[in-house]
Write a protein that binds this ligand. Structure first.
Ligand code: PFF
Length: 450
């Protein structure tokens, strides 16, 4: 792929929805959402999450894509389009830097998924279901580093070769398969003895499980899962044609992303109850949840090996398409803002990935003694981006729209396709008052929780 000479645009109406959904559906839905829901209150987490997606998430997707389509620029350009002083540059860069910090540790988890896929291909169905398999793997150092390198090299190879179109076409085939498989596994998991307790824990809100951290975690997850507050949707918006309805596209992306997250929750949380006798400590397993419960489900099935291969293949695919979107946005920031060639930008992003990712890959093993603010390195990068930087990035976008661009300009952009701006009042209220207020509180409580 040559470096961008003129701004391309999505060819079909579906282009934006597919690309935004492809970047949205990833490890965040299948790996991150279930463990956060399990840890932060089950049904009450789900309720808070849904409310946030419909109000805050909706507002941010509309705002970012409208800004991108209006300016025809990715985040740094979109902000500096409206002013050149440091505040605009800060707003643009903080949005642009987040994907650069996420993609290294995202690739570490992508490496874990690759390793599991490989182990299923070799038929290690029973060994994978063992209690210590996951912990001995992630503390090994060398093995996690190897699989991380493999995953990152695959991501960067695809970016460098520019076969994104091929990937996009394949994702339209893989995503429906992922849904069918997720439904099948969820049905199997939910019908295990003892699993119903897990279904009700996950779906029925219980206010006794509510804590302020429920809101903080749900909001970080919403940013992460919908790929908002990191400039991605400004870039996608800049490729969006004028006849596409921003509101309708937003609804489709949200529906798709949330449906997959809920399905993943239904696959994993009831299974945790079925296999642990409802022991609540297992729910706090955190990042390891998917890697521990899914192998137990597969080992209990008659056809565990093909199911394991299919599952991890599809998760790998979802991870790869998201990693490509993250790395692509990092590369295009360097291309657009520093005017580097595609080759140079890709190499620099790769180098950053190797350094930061290796720290995360080794952080549970040889570097376990290195802790930043009490966290292991991978958890630290996750916390830094989701709980600190994304709220700041969201705040800069709200301020830019309210103070500089103006909500009426956004409305003009949203109605360009001829349809009315249905949720205009909600949008105005959210972006002016509730979003900045929420974001400020989240930011303070994240910092205070340290
Ligand atoms: N939304 C992705 C997920 O849930 O896994 C993470 C992500 C991918 C964020 C791509 C941003 C992005 F550009």
């Amino acid at each position: 792929m040559s470096s961008k000479v003129e701004r391309s645009s999505f060819s079909s109406r579906l282009g934006f929805v597919l690309s935004a959904a492809g970047s949205a559906v990833g490890l965040g839905n299948i790996w991150r959402f279930p463990y956060l829901a399990a840890k932060y209150g089950g049904g009450i987490f789900l309720l808070v999450y849904l409310l946030l997606v419909l109000s805050f998430g909706y507002t941010m997707i509309v705002a970012e894509s409208a800004l991108g389509r209006r300016t025809k620029k990715s985040p740094v350009g979109a902000f500096t389009h409206y002013g050149k002083d440091w505040m605009f540059r800060f707003g643009g860069w903080i949005n642009a830097v987040i994907p650069i910090l996420i993609v290294p540790y995202y690739s570490v988890i992508g490496g874990w998924v690759s390793k599991y896929l490989y182990a299923y291909c070799r038929g290690e169905v029973t060994a994978l279901a063992g209690d210590d398999y996951f912990s001995s793997f992630i503390t090994s150092g060398g093995k996690t580093e190897f699989w991380f390198l493999l995953f990152s090299a695959a991501t960067m190879f695809i970016i460098y070769m520019g076969v994104q179109n091929g990937i996009e076409r394949v994702s339209t085939i893989m995503m429906p398969i992922l849904i069918v498989l997720a439904v099948a596994i969820a049905v199997y998991a939910v019908t295990r003895p003892g699993a119903l307790q897990g279904v009700s824990y996950f779906l029925v809100p219980n206010f006794r499980n509510f804590s302020w951290m429920t809101v903080v975690a749900a909001m970080g997850q919403m940013f992460y899962s919908l790929s908002i507050a990191m400039g991605i949707l400004m870039t996608f918006g800049s490729y969006m044609k004028d006849d596409v309805s921003i509101e309708e596209a937003t609804r489709h992306v949200e529906l798709f992303d949330t449906a997959i997250a809920i399905l993943a929750g239904l696959m994993i949380i009831p299974a945790v109850f079925a296999f642990s006798g409802g022991n609540p400590d297992v729910l706090k397993a955190g990042p390891s949840l998917m890697f521990i419960t899914m192998p137990k489900i597969f080992a209990s099935m008659g056809f565990g090996q093909p199911a394991g291969i299919m599952f991890f293949l599809l998760v790998l695919f979802a991870a790869l398409t998201s990693a490509i979107a993250l790395a692509e946005s990092a590369v295009s920031t360097f291309e657009d803002e520093l005017h580097w060639s595609r080759k140079r930008s890709s190499l620099v992003v790769f180098a950053l990935m190797l350094v930061l990712g290796s720290l995360s890959a080794l952080g549970y093993g040889p570097l376990a003694m290195v802790r930043i603010i009490g966290m292991q390195l991978l958890d630290f990068f996750d916390f830094l981006t989701n709980s600190v930087m994304m709220p700041i990035a969201a705040m800069t976008t709200c301020l830019l729209i309210v103070r500089v661009v103006g909500v009426n300009t956004v409305a003009a952009e949203v109605t360009k396709d001829g349809a009315p701006f249905k949720r205009r009042l909600i949008f105005n209220f959210m972006i002016k008052y509730l979003c900045p207020f929420f974001v400020a509180i989240i930011l303070f409580s994240s910092i205070a929780s340290l």
